[in-house]
Design a protein. Sequence first.
Lengths: 337, 337
Amino acid sequence: MSKTSRPVPPRAPTLEDVARAAGLSSMTVSRALNTPQLVRPKTVEKVLAAVKATGYIPNALAGGLASRRSKLIAVVVPQINNSMFVDTIQSISDELAVRGYHMLLCVAGYAQQTEAELVATLLSRRPDGIVLTGIHHSTELKRVILNASVPVVEIWDLTPTPLDMLVGFSHEKVGEATADYLLRKGYKRPGLLWTVDNRAALRKSGLCEALARNDIREPAFVDVSLPARFASGRQGLRDLLKKGSFDVIVCSSDTLAQGAIVEAQASGLRVPQDLAVIGFGDLDFAADTHPSITTVSVDRQVIGQRAATLLADRIEGLPQQETIVDIGFHFVERDSA
Amino acid sequence: MSKTSRPVPPRAPTLEDVARAAGLSSMTVSRALNTPQLVRPKTVEKVLAAVKATGYIPNALAGGLASRRSKLIAVVVPQINNSMFVDTIQSISDELAVRGYHMLLCVAGYAQQTEAELVATLLSRRPDGIVLTGIHHSTELKRVILNASVPVVEIWDLTPTPLDMLVGFSHEKVGEATADYLLRKGYKRPGLLWTVDNRAALRKSGLCEALARNDIREPAFVDVSLPARFASGRQGLRDLLKKGSFDVIVCSSDTLAQGAIVEAQASGLRVPQDLAVIGFGDLDFAADTHPSITTVSVDRQVIGQRAATLLADRIEGLPQQETIVDIGFHFVERDSA
DNA sequence: TTGTAGGCGTTATCAA
DNA sequence: TTGATAACGCCTACAA
């Protein structure tokens, strides 16, 4: 009165179970699933039927262990809830999905120590590739990652000496382009509303040095904590206006610019006549605010798409052209400055 | 003249390598790393030294295969670049990190078919738990997921019959609360600016039915595609104003509300005197726009935090209280309505 | 085109 | 407290 029929297997069906059901060897089933072109069509059919019958779901842990390819890409970003990065993350995810990879997403915060530790634990998943945000990493992280000899793409920055591959643009040049615009438009008294992160700092120094070369000395600025928010833009402008008088406010992101514009208007200043405002990023609202925001456009989706493509190509041994990609940027003149 | 010294092992060091370096068995090394309290302190020291010396990084694929616990949580969301979800994702990620799990993030789009397929491939990673957005899933998805008998948390919605666990709130009630507010404030001619997703639809029907019970018939509305954007708010209001005249515009998100407010102001309407606007979500800018946005506040971070906690507790066999969590919401009266 | 043998790196289990 | 052995489920390599 005990084990009469099936003892109800509590464990998930394996390749072996499918093979048994199909009257084949497990190896043939594996081939039918992964490289069907190497298997007789009729056999493939049998296998697929058996898969459906058994409810088989492959075990990628076992597969990855055996094949040494996990089909996993680890992505490390400082923050998710940051308008700058979400679009990039989404496009990485989309492109990876097309290529058959899954995305392991890790939020590192802006502390280097944390990033090094995170990457170490991520490597235990044996990802086929890693995406890192930025190019400033602790030596510990570099050591670990180079030692693992896993393909890496750094994004959102530019350097002639990346760890491996890179997709980004020059933040210094963004700063310079902004300075050029200010000079061309005849602005003389700029004020800065600036978030405190590495990339923003580069844009700031590019801007300030270009201004200095034209005899405009270090502008007054207000630091803003991350992520950039509308409210910080409003508050930041209030703080800035206490420090002096300005004809233009340059913001390290459109979100701050949007806040600054509203704050200016709320305090009776006309934008751009009384106070001009410049943003960065060309976020989706920038063209539609009132006035629309003069800003620097960066294709955040392309960054993700190219990064994912670089990794997948490298992993799959496909020929690669450039592995250092400057996606550039362009200045967008609108109504706010 | 060949293999004199180390033949440079191209493969990553394994437990075996560490064991050799420490003069122990691999099993002891494994214990020292995972359950140090079961190993003599001095032995643990030796192991840690050997780990550092060899540069050992555990292989979670092998570990997961052997232990049947992957320490991986799969998270499925419709979109990342959607202000509503990012905060939840970030808090899931944060909480999971604390608990020692990694997050596999998948973007499903809003098509059910896609979600079912995605989850099937996700299950091949043998995640210890899954987070699904919403409660509307294809029967295929339900079958697959129940069959896998993996802990599941559905988020951002409420139902007495979840697949497993659930953290959310009632969208119908949000709609009703909004209707109550409209009635209390004496608004008679509402117009709707509404995104086309399941949850928004629930809020809409909750709103419309409550209005109907008070003899206000189905309001005019304009559909907006996802993700909700500032520009859609502006354009949407233009479209809506062609359909009739209104004393209040109810938006399915604060982002739309922000756009609608700017559009109203740009066309000479005072908010709220000429036209009131109500949003949803209490996004970070809602309190600081001009006028500030009357909206419904939802703690998006708590959703993520609770979801992660529920999963981790369940996985680790910890006692659980409620597995259906209504985090509620509250109406926030500000200046726009 | 299909099958066999062996190993991927870890942990569960039992023994010492 | 430590070690030996046998899975875990799949894929590489080779053989038929």
